[in-house]
Design a protein around this ligand. Structure first.
Ligand code: E4P
Length: 228
């Protein structure tokens, strides 16, 4: 399963790459705002860093960048997608799962600009990404579970549908807005291709209180071993 960092902050991206070996980055307008930088500066900084790392394109290290969320016309989304995509071969264009968005995603994929269909909340919506050959589909998990919905079956249904129609490997499933280690496990058990989460969730997933307790036990044993 691929691990993506959901952030547009360069310090977080560098730490997550160094510590957790993340496979890519996803952003959205909220993350760009939280970076404190103007949109173009934030995405150019990510493009420069990816270039410095020697990543050639989205196969090496995909960075999802979302179009202006105010756009509600497919042609306008396509125009902005082309502008973003010209800045880095690592960029994948995040397009919302609306009628205009799906039209734009279908056309962009036909011209070779890779897309990530986002704001997906149902298996029916996820099917469109597979049909149109989007590079990624982003079903949101955290938002639904915060709303009291258990997402295990939701993730499983998307994985099964993708297997039924040969979309596996063509359109990668990014379980998005992951908020807890338990959600990581649910996605892994269902066979989702990728997860995207904030830095703290990766830290939480690597941590267990028994590991700390075990370290203390072994340190005490080491200190009390004859000759140490
Ligand atoms: C996914 O690609 C989105 O950027 C993200 O997961 C949205 O949720 P959040 O910003 O609330 O985590």
């Amino acid at each position: 399963m691929k691990y993506f960092l959901d952030s547009a902050k360069m310090d977080e991206i560098k730490e997550a790459y160094e510590t957790f070996g993340i496979d890519g980055v996803t952003t959205n307008p909220k993350h760009i705002m939280l970076s404190g930088k103007p949109f173009m500066t934030a995405i150019k900084d990510m493009a420069d860093w990816a270039n410095e790392q020697g990543f050639k394109d989205y196969n090496d290290f995909p960075i999802s960048v979302e179009v202006n969320p105010h756009l509600d016309d497919a042609d306008e989304m396509i125009k902005m997608a082309r502008e973003i995509s010209a800045l880095s071969k690592c960029f994948v264009i995040k397009i919302p799962c609306t009628e205009a968005g799906c039209t734009a995603a279908r056309k962009l994929e036909k011209e070779g600009i890779r897309t990530n269909l986002t704001l997906v909340f149902s298996p029916a919506q996820a099917l469109f990404a597979g049909k149109y050959g989007c590079k990624f589909v982003s079903p949101f998990i955290g938002w639904k579970e915060q709303n009291g919905e258990d997402c295990k079956q939701y993730i499983q249904d998307i994985v099964d549908i993708y297997a039924n129609f040969g979309f596996i490997g063509e359109t990668e499933i990014i379980c998005a807005a992951i908020r807890s280690p338990k959600q990581f496990v649910d996605c892994a058990v269902a066979g989702a291709d990728c997860v995207t989460a904030g830095l703290q969730v990766y830290k939480d997933a690597m941590h267990h209180a028994f590991t700390d307790q075990g370290m203390k036990t072994f340190q005490d044993a080491w200190d009390n071993t004859a000759g140490n």
